[in-house]
Design a protein around this ligand. Structure first.
Ligand SMILES: NC(=O)c1ccc[n+]([C@@H]2O[C@H](COP(=O)([O-])OP(=O)(O)OC[C@H]3O[C@@H](n4cnc5c(N)ncnc54)[C@H](O)[C@@H]3O)[C@@H](O)[C@H]2O)c1
Length: 440
């Protein structure tokens, strides 16, 4: 099939690459000329395991192309995927301007029947909006259909998630259109949900909101554990083994960040408001998430005699989660900004995200590795749970620090071991843990 993918970010570039790998001819479009130029040189604008090889292979086989020319790409395609960004606005509503602009562009280029598939995360009703924009702006009287096909990939495992999704959701106006998109995904042999457009749009928000709820729930349980002497690692393990609950997304820490959960929870609260529903649970989920890093920094400040002024704080991990270079809404950004506002010296290290971090914080020091960051630090803070931090030589770390204060925002270390090594160790919900954790 001839496919056009608009937006070559985490979702679009991975979707386009996978569809080309399945044998389709794919043209990826972006209005960022720099990104397209990079891709044409074979360089990846984002980090995603396995992506570079997949792009290279399919470009060499002449199945994957890149352009800034939307008209050219749409004209040659049977199916057009919209994968542009829908970033948050001040009100919590997503910014829909890119979607609207692309819809107008598609309308102008519509030269024969096409299926327009929306993969971006968009509020209920966007399918209708896209349909109206195309109807109003098309120059030829050709037919088209609009489908919702929300994306569930996770950054850091985007290729794998696209090849092996838990489910594929296709929201279509009728069965014939649904079958056309189903055909594209058939080679993956994964469970598919065929539904209407509005339900498909809701599935995406409801899923992300539920996962965010699990995280804030686990964080609140952790905060109670800290006070009552329970060990949250044991508690969530005990909960997660219940098949009705499941262990995923029950990890306490600094809260959720990234480009999806914060904006999607806010957007769903707004959608609910607009239809007269007060989504109290989700508002509380967002509040808990906002408080989590503040609580953590309050404890760190107290451990540093009540002030960050002039103290050197080492930050391990900057990306919003491991295995990605994405810094959008990363907890590190908030934590570093607060530390700088209170006159701390910040030294940071991340295996992949430092180039992106430099654009946000050009004024801080970046270390070559974790040991470099620990050198002469008054405290070391784990912000992202990269695997390479789990097996550091902690004796070396401790001996190089000015004060052995270790604040583990992702619970990657065993509290008993860290305290035995002589660290003043704090984490989330395991303050009085007494049983060694054998995971690490
Ligand atoms: N990143 C994720 O993990 C993830 C997962 C599921 C769903 N989503 C959703 O998918 C959508 C895209 O997310 P992303 O992370 O890939 O975003 P991104 O910012 O990485 O990529 C968006 C791309 O769209 C391009 N773009 C913007 N306006 C354009 C226009 N008018 N014409 C052509 N290109 C344009 C941008 O230049 C950028 O390259 C969002 O709605 C997001 O919520 C993201």
């Amino acid at each position: 099939m001839n496919i056009c993918v608009v937006g070559t970010g985490y979702v679009g570039l991975v979707t386009g690459s996978v569809f080309s790998d399945l044998g389709n001819e794919v043209i990826c479009v972006d209005n960022n000329a720099e990104k397209i130029a990079m891709l044409e040189r074979g360089e990846m604008p984002i980090y995603e395991p396995g992506l570079e090889e997949m792009v290279k292979r399919n470009r060499e086989d002449h199945r994957l192309f890149f352009t800034t020319d939307l008209t050219y790409a749409v004209e040659r395609s049977d199916v057009v995927f919209i994968c542009v960004g829908t970033p948050p606005t001040e009100t919590g509503d997503p910014d829909m301007r890119a979607i609207q602009e692309v819809a107008r562009g598609i309308a102008r280029a519509l030269n024969r029947y096409k299926v327009i598939v929306n993969k971006s995360t968009v509020p209920v009703g966007t399918g209708d909006m896209v349909r109206e924009i195309i109807e109003t702006n098309r120059v030829r009287n050709v037919d088209f259909d609009v489908v919702s096909n929300p994306e569930f990939l996770r950054e850091g495992s985007a290729i794998k998630d696209t090849l092996e999704p838990d489910r594929i959701v296709i929201g279509a106006p009728n069965h014939v259109v649904a079958m056309k998109i189903l055909e594209l995904y058939a080679p993956l042999e994964r469970p598919m949900i065929i539904t209407d457009v509005a339900s498909a749009e809701m599935i995406k928000y409801a899923s992300n909101a539920f996962l965010a709820t699990k995280i804030s729930f686990a964080n609140t349980i952790a905060n109670i554990c800290d006070q009552v002497g329970a060990d949250v690692a044991q508690v969530v393990k005990g909960m997660g083994l219940d098949s009705r609950i499941g262990p995923a997304f029950l990890n306490p820490g600094l809260g959720y960040g990234g480009s999806c959960f914060p904006k999607d929870t806010a957007a769903l609260v707004r959608t609910a408001e607009k239809v007269g529903v007060d989504f109290k649970i989700l508002r509380a989920v967002m509040d808990v998430n906002a408080e989590q890093p503040i609580r953590f920094l309050d404890r760190l400040r107290a451990a540093l005699d009540g002030s960050f002024d002039g103290k050197t704080i080492g930050i391990l991990g900057l990306a919003f989660k491991p295995n990605t270079d994405d810094m959008r809404d990363a907890k590190s950004v908030e934590i570093i900004a607060r530390l700088l506002a209170e006159n701390a010296e910040v030294k940071a290290y991340d295996p992949i995200a430092m180039d992106n971090a430099r654009r946000i914080f050009p004024q801080i020091c970046y270390g070559k590795n974790a040991y470099d960051v620990a050198q002469d630090a008054d405290a070391l803070v784990i912000v992202t749970e990269w695997n390479e931090f789990k097996l550091l030589d902690m004796e070396r770390i401790k001996s190089s620090m000015r004060r052995p204060i270790l604040f583990d925002g992702r619970n990657i270390y065993d509290p008993i071991r860290m305290r035995r090594l002589g660290f003043e160790y704090q984490c989330v919900g395991r303050t009085r843990a007494t049983i060694p954790n054998h995971r690490h």
